[in-house]
Design a protein around this ligand. Structure first.
Ligand code: GKR
Ligand code: MG
Length: 425
């Protein structure tokens, strides 16, 4: 006999955490010494717990707290009811970040970003209750392990005044190649992404060519976070013909990308000009992108990201995956989603190596084998909280004083004239 067995949300906990981040340079400035995340825990009426992870900026925390009480009592299977409750709770609010690296903020993107960690936690619960992995709930894995790329950054040897970190400085092609070598030795990555938009474009071309020489046949990407004009983008794309797998967000906006796309030999990719549903129709109509970097943190969680993947398939857009600084709950969620997304044929981005072992999840469930993360063994996301680590990182949050990610303001404490380089070159 059929029986509806709801599992209702009883408790929600939101814990902001802070952890050490190296001085990674980008077009907006430089990473601060502390990165922020928020850890979401949901407990059902039957005592099953689920985990989610999202941005830890104050504006995001306020929105999470505003909607959390509205979710109590909702069945964890009721995806649409949960989404509607979050949307109603936000009432058209728009949350903008202060670094501009993930594109424009819109009311829908705000709802999707706030909904995401709750949805992931509900899927974690549903998987645990059914004895299934989240990837099984998303259609089943099409790969057992998810390949990630080595994510290289220009960086200083240390935060000013601090002890040098173990990664060293990388401010020229030799430093970038050394960084790639370290990450490939430690993680086995089979593709490489360089975060650009930091040095004049010719120096970044030289760094990519040095990577090409040092790692023949390894797919390479360059991402200047829209720091170049369309003309410069065409020049760089032409200089790197046959070298780049894709060129990511060379220039701002759908129109700019559409201007560049037919003039360069490689596909253009984005996590900046197509970041919410209303951007897809004009991007498709104008032929602006060949690859979309999805990100469940702002595309509305895992199920909605799967739907976006189907849309991309329909319109012939290839898929990769975007990453901001994150911890293991997000890595588990990204891995479950990527494992169950057939069209995701490019290695995903991850900042994980930069966290150098700091995590809120208990060790063992997540590991890299030949640059890929095998799907964790257990049900749900397959990871458990390390409560001591969570308490320690929450204490760090309380003590560190950082409340928003602001790469530009931090850079200006050392270089007062610094201007974010959005179409600067
Ligand atoms: O963390 O500096 C960074 C990255 O630049 C990140 O924030 C970007 O959003 O990696 C991202 C990207 O691919 O644009
Ligand atoms: Mg990018």
């Amino acid at each position: 006999m059929w029986m509806n067995r709801p599992m209702r949300i009883r408790d929600l906990t939101i814990t902001p955490v802070a952890f050490r981040d190296p001085p990674l340079l980008n077009a907006s400035g430089v990473h601060e010494p502390w990165a922020l995340r928020a850890i979401v825990e949901i407990v059902t009426d039957e005592g099953v717990t689920g985990l989610g992870e999202t941005y830890g900026d104050l504006a995001q925390l306020e929105r999470l707290h505003a909607v959390a009480p509205l979710l109590t009592g909702i069945d964890v299977h009721a995806h649409h009811a949960l989404y509607a409750a979050v949307a109603a709770g936000l009432g058209g609010d728009v949350v903008s970040d202060r670094h501009g690296l993930i594109g424009a903020s819109t009311p829908r993107k705000t709802v999707d970003s706030v909904f995401s960690p709750f949805e992931v936690a509900c899927l974690d619960i549903r998987g645990k209750a059914a004895g299934l992995r989240v990837a099984d709930l998303l259609g089943g894995p099409v790969r057992d392990a998810v390949p990630y790329s080595a994510y290289l950054f220009y960086k200083w040897a240390a935060h000013p005044g601090a002890t040098p970190d173990r990664f060293g400085a990388a401010l020229d092609p030799a430093g970038i190649v050394a960084q790639a070598r370290l990450f490939i030795e430690e993680y086995g990555f089979g593709s490489i992404k360089l975060k650009g938009g930091v040095l004049p474009p010719d120096q970044e071309i030289d760094a990519v060519l040095a990577l090409h020489d040092a790692f023949p046949g390894v797919p390479l990407r360059l991402d200047p976070n829209a720091a170049w004009t369309p003309e410069t983008s065409v020049r760089v794309g032409t200089a790197l013909a046959g070298v780049l797998e894709y060129l990511e967000d060379p220039t701002p906006g759908i129109e700019g990308m559409a201007q560049v796309a037919p003039q360069v030999p490689m596909p253009l990719a984005t996590n900046m000009c197509v970041v919410t549903h209303e951007h897809l129709p004009p991007a498709v109509a104008q032929g602006a992108i060949g690859v979309l970097l999805t990100d469940h943190h702002y595309w509305g969680g895992l199920l909605r990201s799967s739907h976006v993947a189907s849309l991309c398939d329909t319109f012939g857009i290839e898929l990769s995956m975007h990453s901001n600084t994150h911890l293991g709950i997000s890595l588990a969620a990204m891995t479950q989603l990527a494992a169950a997304t057939p069209g995701l044929t490019h290695a995903c981005d991850t900042h994980t190596p930069w966290q150098d072992g700091q995590d809120v999840v208990a060790p063992g469930a997540l590991r890299f084998v030949d640059g890929a993360v095998p799907l964790p063994e257990g049900p749900g996301l397959g990871v458990e909280l390390d409560r001591d680590a969570l308490a320690r990182m929450h204490r760090q949050y309380l003590d560190c004083g950082v409340r928003h990610r602001d790469d530009t303001a931090y850079m200006r404490t050392f270089a007062p004239d610094f201007v974010p380089k959005r179409a600067h070159w």
